[in-house]
Write a protein that binds this ligand. Structure first.
Ligand code: ZN
Length: 412
């Protein structure tokens, strides 16, 4: 499907340190080391409640990765999926007496608008599960033929499952113990109690058609895919057998990224599938995680319709570190608006203090596991100095505007 419109990214002179990021598999902050092309796969939305601030925080975090890598001269190959067929989408469509296709298209369109407004650089490939159905079924067929998958012992619905023991390293990405994995699987769409499976944690690869459910013809029989294999197929076919970064919210650590990695590794024999598994924290509201099940979602489109500057939403979310679970509050948005106003005032001066040091600080803080609180504080310090004693550098205001645009995606 088509992605959203890109924005021009200004070039700023010089270069910064290479990017270090936290990796969930090793539990450490490690250097990223992409080649000339940096490959990144970030899991996309299931389009029925786009785009709440939890989504926005995740895509903003990986937008910064994109921007830092670009600033370092890498050609960033970014792929994102849209899970436009899955149980939660069907359940929502049924609840609201809506057509799942129409619901998915409407929410995906809204997501694109929100991403564009937030100035998130678009993925090069933005791929829906439905349009990728052929390649997903093909990967499931290969896993089955290669002995990494099996059909459950069920005459009516011989669904295809992945055997989690085949790679010999299942669990390395999340580092959770088995009891935790089983509990999370049950909580997040898995079916550890399904009779006929070899192991409780084995995830669904292909669900045979049920009456009244959408299904697609394939060599496996009519049906539809599991969620994890959707991402594995879309990523492998566009980014190759090993990628620089697999990203998403921290609720994707298990089972989604663990299973997707295992599918890819079982198919290619190359491990790890991703050199970095990076995860963003959850955004909360009134002391609770923002989630569809709690019904406490704040939507980007709602804020935009109230006239909130998307740059302020961006600054508010970047005021906290991407890995921390953090609350959304009215004060947070107010502070971001005040911050933006000060930055705009400072960069509209004819002359200001030299900004080369600020640019270096921005690059250094972002390279340090996307330390946006420190980066924003550095901009505050420069702006305060500019407003207090003006300075004499006529090029500085434009340099700061360009640096904030290029590195933080904030338009002043
Ligand atoms: Zn995914």
């Amino acid at each position: 499907m088509h992605s959203w419109a890109s924005v021009d990214v200004p070039r700023i002179g010089g270069s910064g340190p290479s990017l270090r990021l936290h990796d969930s598999a090793t539990g450490r902050i490690r250097p990223t080391a992409p080649g000339p092309e940096a490959t990144m796969y970030v899991c996309g939305i299931t389009p029925y409640d786009a785009t709440h601030l939890g989504h926005a925080a995740t895509y903003l975090a990986f937008d910064l990765v994109n921007r830092v890598w670009r600033d370092l001269g890498h050609d960033v190959h970014y792929v994102q999926n849209v899970t436009d067929i899955d149980d939660p989408l069907l359940e929502r469509a049924e609840r609201d007496q809506d057509d799942w296709v129409v619901l998915g298209m409407r929410e995906t369109a809204l997501f694109r608008e929100d991403m564009e407004a937030l100035r998130v650089l678009p993925p090069r490939h933005f791929i829906g599960a439905v349009e990728a159905m052929g390649e997903i079924a093909e990967l499931v067929g290969k896993l089955l033929a290669g002995g990494s998958a099996y059909r459950v012992d069920d005459d009516e619905y011989p669904d295809v499952y992945f055997d989690t023991t085949v790679t010999g390293r299942f669990g390395y990405e999340s580092n959770y113990d088995e009891a935790t994995m089983i509990a999370l699987s049950r909580e997040r769409g898995g079916d550890p109690d399904r009779p006929g499976k070899r192991h409780a944690l084995d995830p669904l690869l292909w669900r045979m058609a049920r009456p009244g459910e959408p299904s697609w013809e394939s060599d496996l029989g009519a049906g539809r895919p599991g969620w994890h294999v959707e991402c594995a197929a879309i990523a492998l076919n566009r980014l190759g057998n090993q990628i620089d970064l697999n990203g998403g919210g921290s609720d994707l650590i298990f089972p989604h990224h663990e299973c997707g990695a295992a599918h890819a590794e079982a198919h290619t024999g190359v491990a790890p599938f991703a050199r970095h598994y990076a995860h963003s924290g959850m955004i909360g509201l009134d002391g609770e995680k923002m989630s569809k099940s709690r019904g406490n979602l704040v939507f980007v489109s709602k804020l935009r319709s109230q006239g909130v500057d998307p740059n302020a939403i961006r600054v508010a979310l970047l005021a906290g570190h991407y890995r921390t679970d953090r609350p959304w509050t009215a004060e947070l948005l107010e502070q971001a608006q005040e911050r933006l106003a000060r930055w705009r005032e400072a960069t509209s001066l004819a002359t200001a203090p030299a900004a080369d040091d600020l640019v270096l600080r921005l690059r250094t803080h972002l390279a340090d596991d996307l330390d946006t609180p420190a980066a924003l504080a550095a901009v505050d310090a420069w702006a305060a100095e500019a407003l207090e004693r003006r300075g004499t550098d006529a090029a500085a205001p434009a340099l700061v505007r360009n640096a904030l645009d290029a590195l933080l995606g904030v338009a002043l």
